[in-house]
Each structure stands twice: as C-alpha cells, then as structure tokens.
Design a protein around this ligand. Sequence first.
Ligand code: BGC
Length: 365
Amino acid sequence: MRKFALLCMILLLAGSMVFAQGAQEGGKDFIGLAMPETHVERWQMDGAALKAAAEELGYTAEVAYGDADQTKQNAQISDFITKGADLLIIGSVNEGVVTAVADARTDGVEVIAYDRLITGSDQYDYYITFDNFKVGQFQGAAIVKALDLANATKADPKYITLFAGSPTDNNAFFFFDGALSELRPFVEKGVLKIVGPAPLVSSDTANFTRIATENWRADLAKQRMENLLNGDAKNYKLDAVLAPNDTLARAIIEALLTDAKYMNDLPVVTGQDGELASIQFIKDGKQAMTVFKDTRDLAKAAIKLADAILKGEEPQISGARLDTETYDTGKKVVKSYLLEPVNVTKDNYVEIMIDSGYYKADQIR
Ligand code: BGC
C-alpha cells in the first residue's frame, strides 16, 4: 500500500512537472501586447481587438498600456519576457523602446512593431500599420476641396494654420508630409497662406518642432491654438486648421469656439481615427472629416502575421500591401504591411462607422 502511495506521488509529481513545462513551451504560445497609451481612444480598441484575435487563434495574450511613458512600457515588456512571451506586438511610445526590443531579441522573442515604426533599431523584422502617408493625403485633400483652392486667388487667399502629432512618433512625419503633398502646390501659388510656423516638409525640423504636439497631448494642442488666436492668427480669419488626429482636432475646436470670430463659423478642421466624439462633431458640422483606420482589421492582420512568424511560415496578410522600401528605422528597412485608411465625412460616416458595426447608431445623437 505504501508502495502504491509512493508511486502515486511520483506520478503526480512527474505529471505536474510535465504540465509546468507544457505551459511554458508545449502549451499555448503567449503573445504580449504592449500598447502606448489610453488617452487616445483607439489604443483601447486596439488592445481589446488584438487580445480577442490572438485568443481566437488559440494563443494566450495579455495587454498592457504604457500611459505614454516609455520607461513604464519597457517595464511591461520586460515583464512579458519574464513571463515567457513567445512574441511581442508593440505600439511604442518613443525610441526609448529600443533597449526592450534588444532584450527581446537576446531572449529569442520576436517583435512586431504595431502601427508605429520602432526607429533606431535593427533588432526586429516586421512592422504592420496603415498607409500613413495616405492618411495625411486625405487630410490635405479634404482642405483643398473644402476651401476650393483650385479656384482661390492670390488677391483673396485662404488662411491655414498647421498642427502636427508627436515628434517622438514616426507616424507624425508621414501624416504631415502626406497632407503637405496636397497643400504645398497652393502655398507655392500664393493662394494658401500659412499663419504661424510654416514647415512645408517634416524634415524642416526647426519649424516642424514648433507645430508638433508632444505625446499627442490634447492640452498642449489647445493651449497652442489659444496662443495662436491671441498671437500670429489674431489679425486673420482662419479658413482651415490641419489637425493630425481627432483627439487634437477636438481640443483645437474647443479653443476656436471660445473666440467670437469662430463661434458660429469654424474653420475646416481635419482629424484621424474615427473617434466617437469626432463622429459626433462631424455630424454636428464642427469637424470636417476624419480618417478611419479600422483597428479591428489592423489587430486581426497583426495576429495573422504573428501566427505566421511563430509557425515559421511566409506571412500572407490579405488586405495589406507589403512594402519593403519605405520604412527605414535608421538602422535597417523593415518589412512592412500597410492597410488602407478610409476618408470619413458627413456624407459617409453612417456607412463607414455604423453600418460596419464599429459604433452603434444610438451612440451618436
Ligand atoms: C496613430 C494615430 C493616433 C496617434 C496618437 C499615431 O501613432 O497612428 O492613430 O491618433 O498615434 O495616439
């Protein structure tokens, strides 16, 4: 009897050892999802959609939000590595992430840069995002159309002021350069005048820095708009404001609405992300447009990419364009998969944002 009990104990012990090992290696692969922040609504959608998509394919997944603090995000990444992550999907805060990416490589953990390129590193191989230049082109084109710049004259020019996203986010340069590729010809013709700092390309660092918004902070954009209204823009009536995303667009609109000149006559303000509050603003005629990047699609595509990498297969990401030339980290050009953004206005927001199931009709008043 005693022998039997001993045998049982040995079997139990062996079983638990196999189980422990299984959870680490033979069991479900673990994907760590490091998202940069929550103050911009989309990232919560990204986090949730990534986790759901990973679990649907049989992975274990966990999301962490970095609160726009790279030190915090690096600790979260290091925690994922310690927990035995097989792959990390990282929407980084800034370039300070490179040390964490290098640690991942040392530990044999694959990294996918998610939405934002990780610059300054050659320690990872994949990037998945939307066509960021095109996002900017939609914004610029919306202004060209709304202001009828094709028929504007030098004698009666239109006035615009420029905002850009965070200078620590590689996307901000792409959005801006895309927008300016549409606007620049009219500036050069003298029919569109820039009020305030006037970079025409993001590589004009001195001026770009002056229109950029550190960490995409709404309070900073609002304050800058207020300063412009009392300063450079005081003696003009602005026809447009180039705003890089919805969070900043609404902050800018808030500032504009405190100025009697604009209370009932807002300039054309652009946006990006299809945030609920901005869809409401578009419906109400306060914001001119947004660019929708369906986070459900990006999340699904990223998990598909992760799955292929983990299985050692060649990734086939339907709906994404493979780009092996554009995205240079400064250390190497990474293989990039680009999804298509969608231009959203008053005319199509119901179809794009509601009929697609992204929002429910009763979420908009
Ligand atoms: C994303 C945008 C977002 C911004 C602020 C960018 O990297 O592409 O969708 O609005 O970050 O979070």
